[in-house]
Design a protein around this ligand. Structure first.
Ligand SMILES: NC(=O)c1ccc[n+]([C@@H]2O[C@H](COP(=O)([O-])OP(=O)(O)OC[C@H]3O[C@@H](n4cnc5c(N)ncnc54)[C@H](O)[C@@H]3O)[C@@H](O)[C@H]2O)c1
Length: 523
């Protein structure tokens, strides 16, 4: 495989069509009797079963979704050693073959698309549209980075002068520790793993403790497509397993997506070179945000209201790109708030598997308690404009809430809450809104509703965020169309699903050869 057809995003299912919905529901009916899913610790050809790590359905916590072996520090070491041994063979595997295997893993997922979406519904309470989008994004990453592997293999174009040949090639860095979150339980671990493999690195994947079942599917897809057993390993476990993995001297790259606190800890781990280390650890970190949508006086509120609602409350506000604050021009603030409150009041809180539910539960009890704490703070400091919905009694549900009139120093405005709580603030003008965005340490996504192209240009120039969306919702980045990632404390400035991403997993090497012959060699 030396070339592939041009990349195209995997089309999402049209859920307004009854047959598409029925396919998904049938997959869920087929999955349920198979639960709990046994998830092994999977190092090379060795699979170790266990039950120390359990994931449950956030909407029905008594339903156990996966029962996994829990990896400890020794297992992390064993997995890294196995991955290190496989480096030579995988590096020598032609890029075309690596690309072929990634495309094969995409095909494996495509065939099991409904089954994988059903698992994400059960394990992480992703509503169907989000779960289907998660599978499509995983497929997209495999296909996109397969093409990236071929492009990278061609090397870079350098200046050539007579008597000299200059070449720049991209070599893999070695073992990559992939540490992923639960909120895109298929797409994110697949993306980071596929990128590392595409370049020729070997991988130990430590999926989120809340989603070992989905992590297992990622490794299965790759292994069943033919990726050799030494090249990708599965280490189910919690933070300690992740920390042990990241610390190992043979880990050259830590690819992490998750909270800021853990990401910053990993940057410190990488800086603390262990005795005998021969390589600097590189950290690729995608972290949290506090994403703001700006609404100017000339904005079309018919567009803005539904887009803000879906950005803030889709998947219960648990996308890293979700809207947390709305900064609205004072001339339209009352109108926007009234319409927003009306739209949020009619949202339905319910189980992820129900097509009628707008807001699913949050991931776990701790998350529910955190959101409740912030809603209490919001009620104490500001005015609740919408909230207090009926929510199912069991499960980690939270009512979607809109708060206004908070003091500028409220924690609700500055800390990542990661739940269905949206704050609305009045501003004098868009410049004042930009000042508030600029004052934040986070810079992941942002939005703007405005009709004047000059305002769009002004905000695009000023905003520090990694992804700015204009006159649309601020979630749902597509591979290849919206390369995704944050700046400032939201990330290391990488862009997943973009043309530069693979470079983070590569080591550039330049060879300059003197081609002026000193005598003629005759065989
Ligand atoms: N910027 C992005 O692209 C992006 C995407 C998705 C999620 N996120 C962020 O992720 C967070 C939610 O995910 P989460 O709750 O799974 O995050 P988290 O930081 O709690 O966990 C992420 C991963 O890190 C592991 N981990 C925890 N402690 C560790 C340690 N000390 N050393 C090594 N690994 C450790 C966890 O087990 C998990 O696999 C939010 O902050 C969200 O904004 C960001």
């Amino acid at each position: 495989m030396t070339s592939l057809p041009a990349f195209a995003n995997e089309p999402v299912l049209e859920l307004r069509r009854a047959p598409a919905r029925e396919t998904l529901l049938a997959a869920l009916r087929a999955l349920d009797p198979k639960l709990p899913l046994p998830v092994p610790l999977w190092i090379g050809d060795e699979r170790r079963a266990g039950d120390a790590l359990v994931s449950t359905d956030p909407g029905t916590p008594e339903r156990v979704v996966a029962v996994a072996a829990e990896g400890g520090a020794d297992d992390a070491v064993a997995a890294v050693e196995a991955a290190r041994e496989a480096c030579t063979g995988w590096t020598a595997t032609p890029a075309a073959r690596r690309a072929e295997l990634l495309v094969g893993a995409a095909a494996w997922m495509r065939v099991r698309r409904a089954e994988l979406a059903a698992l994400a519904v059960r394990e992480c309470a992703k509503p169907w549209a989000e779960a289907d989008g998660d599978v499509c994004e995983a497929i997209d990453f495999l296909e996109y980075y397969a093409r990236g592997a071929l492009a990278l293999d061609r090397g870079a174009t350098l200046v050539q002068v007579p008597g000299e040949r200059n070449e720049m090639r991209y070599a893999p860095r070695g073992v990559c520790a992939v540490i992923s979150p639960w909120n895109f339980p298929l797409a994110i671990p697949t993306g980071m793993t596929a990128a590392a493999l595409a370049v020729g690195n070997t991988v130990v994947l430590k999926p989120a403790e809340q989603a070992p079942g989905c992590g297992f599917m990622v490794v299965r897809a790759l292994r069943e497509a033919g990726v050799p057993p030494g090249v990708v390993h599965l280490l189910p476990g919690g933070g300690e397993a992740g920390a042990a993995l990241a610390r190992h001297p043979a880990v050259a790259t830590i690819a992490f997506t998750g909270s800021g606190a853990v990401g910053l800890g990993l940057v410190k781990v990488a800086a603390d070179l262990p005795e005998g280390a021969t390589q600097l650890k590189r950290v690729v970190a995608e972290m949290g945000g506090k994403n703001c949508i700006l609404v100017d006086a000339d904005a079309d509120l018919d567009d803005a209201v539904p887009a803000i609602v879906s950005s803030a409350f889709g998947y219960a506000g648990q996308k890293c790109s979700a809207a947390a604050r709305v900064l609205v021009h004072e001339a339209v603030a009352d109108a926007l708030l009234e319409r927003l409150a009306g739209a949020v009041d009619v949202l339905t809180v319910g189980q992820a598997e129900s097509f009628a539910a707008d807001v699913p539960p949050v991931i776990e009890r701790e998350a529910q308690e955190r959101v409740t704490r912030y809603v209490r703070l919001a009620a104490e400091g500001g005015t609740i404009a919408a909230g207090g919905h009926d929510v199912p009694e069991t499960g980690w549900f939270c009512a979607p809430t809109v708060v206004a009139d908070l003091p500028e120093d409220s924690a609700v405005l500055h800390e990542e809450i990661f739940g269905p709580l949206l704050a609305v603030e009045r501003v004098r003008d868009i410049e004042a809104a930009c000042d508030r965005v600029d004052a934040l340490p986070y810079a992941l996504t942002g939005g703007l509703f405005a009709r004047n192209p000059r305002t769009v240009e002004q905000v695009a120039r000023r905003t520090p965020v990694g992804n700015l969306y204009v006159n649309r919702e601020i979630t749902g980045a597509m591979v290849g169309r919206q390369p995704f990632g944050g700046n400032r404390l939201s990330g290391t400035g990488t862009k997943a699903g973009g043309p530069d991403y693979l470079l983070h997993f590569a080591e550039p090497r330049v060879v300059s050869e003197n081609t002026v012959r000193h005598g003629l060699v005759v065989d």
